[in-house]
Design a protein. Structure first.
Length: 122
């Protein structure tokens, strides 16, 4: 009987440490994202693998969360939760894209005008 108690205490300690580290990382309901739509043949999903991937990405977010600007975290969390199909994969992808775009030079001599429009004569 003492062994399960030790295991339970160890599991509780790990849970509380993880919860403390993840305090800012949102808790997303990824179950709908990892559930097949319609019948399994229409849009097959390996639910077990999907949930595992989402958990692994959440653990990565716990480690990196503070490195992303608060505005990006807020925007990307809202985007990753849209439509009832929340995903940590979508969340980290958004955050990484925002980070990478911010690193680009501001002016790379790019023409932002669509090519199908005539250019203005100076």
């Amino acid at each position: 009987m003492a062994i399960p108690t030790k295991i339970s205490l160890a599991a509780a300690a790990v849970f509380f440490v993880t919860a403390a580290q993840a305090s800012d990382v949102p808790t997303l309901n990824v179950t709908p994202t990892c559930t097949p739509i319609g019948n399994d043949k229409t849009f097959p999903i390996d639910t077990k693998q999907c949930l595992k991937t989402e958990q692994e990405v959440r653990e990565q977010l716990v480690k990196e969360w503070a490195n992303f600007p608060a505005a990006d975290r807020s925007l990307c969390t809202a985007m990753a939760s849209m439509g009832g199909m929340a995903s940590y994969v979508a969340l980290i992808t958004c955050l990484e894209m925002k980070r990478d775009v911010a690193k680009l030079p501001n002016d790379r001599d790019l023409n932002s005008q669509p090519s199908s429009l005539p250019t203005k004569k100076k």
